[in-house]
Design a protein around this ligand. Structure first.
Ligand SMILES: [Zn+2]
Length: 177
């Protein structure tokens, strides 16, 4: 790594520490040529490969800008979006590959976005999975509805059994053992 001041090639490491929750290592260096100090950061590269074949580093900001439009007018805060981007990054990193297709990043967005806001999810999915007909929307909505129904029925089942908690608390799913 060349010195940013004199472009000298030799530097001495003064200090090394992890940063960004262990995702990066920062090194404080001193140039052997001019004596000035600078910092380098080392991070495992997670590349996103676009359909064109070009690749770029994974970016949470890109994930957020990708879903922001779908969230317009919806009760979704910047904190919600930051958390969503974090979940997406975790999912993508968990795949264990250092290069992931952009398509896979999109798929990783769908789940967390659906948990966040169903309307935003439908908007995003319609573009992302290129819904072409009303039927595409209908089947996706039917799926969301049936899952919501199952959750509601489970909650109602719960109410038939003697309540162990106050009626105002959140319905809980029956535990399966
Ligand atoms: Zn230098």
């Amino acid at each position: 790594m060349r010195c940013p001041f004199c472009r000298g090639a030799e530097s001495r490491v003064l200090d090394s520490r992890t940063a960004d929750d262990g995702l990066a290592i920062r090194r404080r260096r001193e140039c052997q040529g001019c004596g000035k100090r600078f910092t380098t950061s080392e991070m495992a590269i997670l590349s996103v490969v676009k359909r064109s074949g070009a690749s770029e580093p994974f970016s949470r900001a890109k994930v957020i800008s990708g879903v922001r439009k779908a969230c317009q007018g919806r009760p979704v805060s910047d904190d919600d979006l930051a958390l969503l981007a974090e979940r997406v990054e975790d999912a993508v990193r968990a795949s264990g590959a250092s290069e992931v297709p952009a398509q896979e990043v999109g798929v990783a967005i769908l789940g967390p976005l659906r948990d966040l806001d169903e309307v935003a999810y439908l908007r995003f999915a319609s573009v992302y999975r290129s819904f072409e007909t009303l039927e595409d929307f209908e089947s996706e909505i039917a799926l969301l509805r049936s899952e919501a129904d199952i959750a509601r029925l489970r909650a109602e089942d719960d109410l038939d059994t003697p309540p162990v908690h106050s009626a105002s608390s959140e319905p809980t799913l029956p535990t399966t053992t």
